[in-house]
Design a protein around this ligand. Sequence first.
Ligand SMILES: *[C@@H]1O[C@H](CO)[C@@H](O)[C@H](O)[C@H]1NC(C)=O
Ligand SMILES: *[C@@H]1O[C@H](CO)[C@@H](O)[C@H](O)[C@H]1NC(C)=O
Ligand SMILES: *[C@@H]1O[C@H](CO)[C@@H](O)[C@H](O)[C@H]1NC(C)=O
Ligand SMILES: *[C@@H]1O[C@H](CO)[C@@H](O)[C@H](O)[C@H]1NC(C)=O
Length: 364
Amino acid sequence: MKKMCPFSLLILLALSIYGPNLINADALGPTQPPIFILGDSTADVGTNSYIPDCNATANFPHNGIDFVKSRPTGRFSNGLNSADHLARLFGYNSSPPPFLFLHSLKYGLQSGIYRGVNFASGGSGLLDETGLQLNVLNLPQQINQFVTVRRNLTAALGPELTEAFLARSLFCISTGSNDIFVYFKTRSTMPKEEFINLLMEAYENHIKTLYSLGARKFGIISVPPIGCCPANRLLNGTRCFEPMNDFARCFHSALDKLMCKLSSELHGMKYALGDTYKMTIDVIDNPRPFHFKNVDTACCGHGTLNAEGICNATASLCSDRRQYIFWDLFHPTHAAARLAANTLYGGPTLYVSPINFAQLAAEN
Ligand SMILES: *[C@@H]1O[C@H](CO)[C@@H](O)[C@H](O)[C@H]1NC(C)=O
Ligand SMILES: *[C@@H]1O[C@H](CO)[C@@H](O)[C@H](O)[C@H]1NC(C)=O
Ligand SMILES: *[C@@H]1O[C@H](CO)[C@@H](O)[C@H](O)[C@H]1NC(C)=O
Ligand SMILES: *[C@@H]1O[C@H](CO)[C@@H](O)[C@H](O)[C@H]1NC(C)=O
């Protein structure tokens, strides 16, 4: 791709904004699955902005600088994140809105739920205590919100249609990184294998709960090479912090085994598992073919690698945002998130297996 034309970017972003124009179910094409999204800041499209006293927010500049009207939306991004890009790939003009946004509207939970809902909350993880002090929504709380949505669906459609609706819906989950951050931050002495097993136990419980509530298709997004994000590079000069990357790789292989096991145990359960470790490290190791030039510095932030402070109004800001992989000290840019979403959607088994997200949606 050549230089990004700012005008087409604007149009693209204008299409992607979620807003009060709530879609109704009849407007959806037959190939568009409803998308329910759970997880952390990689998929949060504004949830945390609705939580009073939340300590992990991004609803201020320079976040959102490439969004329509340069509006900060709560996304930890200059523009869109992976959840948005995935929704676009499935043919939606805009991302499924945050549950708390719908909740704030009079009829939001009646009319706004037919293309799916986003529950993801930045700072959360697989373990209940991850993100506790940040006052974010952990996965059981996110699942409870889904229970509310399911109740509303059932009230409107009846139990049988709701079951069919949920069975063809995609349940995308992007989580795990924050648990590993906390493990390192608290200098946990728990052996690695034991810790990864703990995370897998939690993942298994969450998936089984969602399955019992009618979820059948799971799009699982693994942990990226978090040791290479600018914040964690500071732990090794400016190079990737390998101990964290090692945890991320172990997390993925354990998750691969878990998902395989669950799909044989849970009747009718299907999944696609995105290896975000591999897809991201391949770009970091060889950025040029993907038109990236900077793989270590945050575009927006403070100090060394722009990784010593969050992206806020007084942060230094790069001008060529399309050339950066990292937007802030932890999160990908609009461009990097789009590349990841493209790969999840249509990528080969090297990156997403046993099938990709498009194939998952097409399964009967
Ligand atoms: C559906 O959602 C609305 C809020 O929009 C709520 O007041 C109502 O009680 C819900 N209905 C059911 C049956 O859960
Ligand atoms: C939460 O925010 C307050 C003030 O903004 C800060 O003092 C505190 O350290 C933060 N807590 C955490 C766990 O980050
Ligand atoms: C620091 O970076 C170097 C060069 O990439 C690598 O060989 C080494 O393992 C890293 N050390 C840690 C603790 O991550
Ligand atoms: C932005 O972040 C920096 C570094 O964390 C902090 O010193 C500064 O006060 C913040 N500025 C605003 C406007 O919040």
